[in-house]
Each structure stands twice: as C-alpha cells, then as structure tokens.
Design a protein around this ligand. Structure first.
Ligand code: PEP
Ligand code: MN
Length: 348
C-alpha cells in the first residue's frame, strides 16, 4: 500500500500507478479527503523492486500481510466504509434495518410486506427472485417476474431493493432492478460470480458461507473489490456446527472480528442464522450490542403459507417490535438508527 503525500500531484500519482503496472501488478486507487492511497496488487518482490519509497509524492509504504488487501482495515487506514444507497447508509455511525420476504411469491404478498417494511422504517427491502434451494423440487423463485414485482414494490415505497443473484447470466436483469446485489451463502466462493458482480458496479451484500472461515469470507470480498466495487456489505448468517436447536449457529464474534480485519460494514441475518422466529428479536439485540452495522430479516404476511422459510419469518407486529429495538438500542451505543432516519414512509 503506497500512501501519497497530502500535496502529491495528479502527475505524481499517475506516475506511481504507471510504474506499478509496468511490472505487471495492478494499482488500485483510493482517494480520501486528504490522502490518496494506492494499493499495489501482485507480486510483492516486484513492487518492492520499484523502490517507490523515494518516488516523488510518495509519503510511505505499508506492507499488508493479510491475504486480502483492498478489503483490509489497513487499506482505508482505519476509516470505515459507509455504503450509501439512495441516501440510506450502512456502516460507520449508521445502523440499518433491511427486511422483506425471503422469497417473492406473488404481487399481493410482496407489496403487503413492502409496505409493512416501509412503515416500520427499514432502510431497504430484501426479497429473493432467484432462490438457492437445497432441493431441486422446492420452489425455485419467480425469476424475472419476481424482479418485476420488486420493481413495483420499489416504485410504491421508494425502498431500495436487495436481491440475490445466483448466476452470472442473470446479472443484466438483476442490475436493472436491484440497488444492492446479494451473494448467498452457497455462492460465497463462486469466484466467477464475485468477479462479474465486482465489474457490475452496484453495491454487493456478501453473505458468509455456512462453512467459510472469516478469512475466506474476506477473500471473497477481495474478489469483488479487485474488480472495482468497494461498496460491499458483509453479512454473518450463521455457520454449521454440531448444534441442532437452531438452523445454523450465529457466530456473533464474527462481527467484531471482521470489523477489526476489514473496513467494510458487517450486518447480521438472525433469520437464516437461527431459522426460528422466536429468536430473531433477541439475536437482533445481540447483533446491535456487539456493534453490527445492521440487520437483515425475513418478513411474511402469513408465514404458515410461505413457500420458503416460513418458520423464520416475522409477522407485522413482530416487525414493529424489532423496529422499536432498532430505533432505541443503536443510539445507546453511539450509532444513528436507520429507523429514525427513514421514519416517514414514502408513497408514490
Ligand atoms: C436468503 O437470504 O434468502 C438466503 C438464501 O440466505 P443464505 O444465502 O444466507 O442462506
Ligand atoms: Mn431464506
């Protein structure tokens, strides 16, 4: 990592970038308010051989020993990334609630949930049109028709849309509607998908694989970042352990560990972590207390009829209870609550 002097000129920055590229490495520019930092990615010895310490405009070099570089906390020198979508922010001092149906099932269900989510003051609407199901016989999602319904929900509420993309071939359709592209746990190490989403340019919500270590998760983020997208939200959604009382085990310590290792915001999905409606509010409180940057939860108008993940979906009054926790708790810990920022529902 090459830290440029405050007064470094564009020509000096350009010169450093050129020299890095000349030896077959990639230069990644991060322009902060005061400083420009250049990440040199590639063979360490080749970058060292350039002797950039003495180059005009260079302040100093910081070797980054972690296998991930652009995603590392060092890359932003301790500054936190704030992912902003339509004026709604996640990360830094901003805590956000993302809620919605696990799966887009019908127009009626999607719009009903979208309005409930908006009235609860959530920052964004989640909902899957492409569903990664364990069984090929289970409902696989509405696909393009589901995306159309999400667009309608967005038009009616103004809520930005978070939706999963499973296949690179669907990226063009998804980017038409999505404000944030979700990579599911099962695709966390689909490197082609990560690379193509990094190129697509929209923010990415990257779920932790259920068998992935925190380092592997951050390496997955690195794939996205390497293609130019640094707006990545990491999402802890539970890992596989020997415990069977819950669907997965929420690895709550992954939140501060990932936040210390990376500048990226880290949110928690208590719905997929626990698989149990009764645990969502307590686990959300735990997520807020541990310092998560947000939560993402499943909501359904009648969970017993849900085509996917009904047992973990909140109904309206539970969502309001959750919103109350999200309104009151983050400010106690020095955060702005996403709920109070977007209190007034927008109806178009
Ligand atoms: C989801 O959020 O709908 C989902 C499938 O989650 P995960 O990838 O974490 O299982
Ligand atoms: Mn689900």
């Amino acid at each position: 990592m090459i830290v440029m002097k405050e007064e470094a000129t564009e020509a000096e920055i350009g010169h450093v970038v050129e020299r890095i590229e000349e030896v077959g490495c990639t230069a990644h520019l991060s322009e902060g308010e005061l400083l420009t930092v250049i990440g040199a990615i590639g063979d360490r010895d080749r970058v060292a051989s350039l002797g950039l310490e003495g180059a005009p405009g260079v302040d100093h070099l910081v070797p980054i020993l972690k296998p991930y570089k652009l995603a590392s906390a060092q890359f932003r020198k301790g500054e936190r990334t704030v992912v902003e979508v339509d004026g709604r922010r996640l990360g830094g001092e901003h805590f956000g609630l993302i809620a919605g149906p696990c799966t887009v099932e019908s127009r009626e269900q999607t719009l009903e949930v979208a309005h409930a989510v908006n009235d609860a003051g959530a920052a964004m609407l989640r909902g899957g049109a492409y569903k990664p199901r364990t069984s090929p016989y289970a409902f696989q999602g509405l696909g393009v028709e589901g995306l159309r319904l999400l667009q309608e929900a967005k038009d009616q509420t103004g809520l930005p849309i978070v939706t999963e993309v499973m296949d690179v071939r669907d990226i063009p359709d998804v980017v038409e509607v999505a404000d944030v592209a979700q990579v599911g746990a099962r695709n966390m190490q689909n490197y082609t998908l990560l690379t193509e989403l990094g190129r697509a340019g929209l923010p990415v919500l990257l779920k932790r694989g259920m068998q992935a270590t925190i380092d592997e998760w951050l390496m997955a983020a690195e794939y996205i970042a390497q293609r130019g997208t640094l707006d990545i939200v990491l999402c802890e959604r539970g890992i596989r352990t020997f415990e069977t009382a819950t669907r997965n085990t929420l690895d709550i310590s992954a939140v501060p560990v990932a936040q210390a290792a990376s500048h990226l915001p880290v949110i928690v999905d208590p719905s997929h972590a626990s698989g149990r409606r009764d645990l969502i509010v307590p686990l959300s409180r735990a997520a807020i207390a541990v310092g998560a940057d947000g939560i993402i939860v499943d909501v359904h108008p009648s969970p017993e009829d849900a085509l996917c993940d009904g047992p973990q979906a909140l109904v309206g009054h539970e969502l309001r209870e959750l919103a109350q926790a999200v309104r009151t708790l983050p400010p106690l810990l020095g955060r702005k609550s996403g709920v109070s920022e977007f209190g007034a529902p927008v109806r178009r």
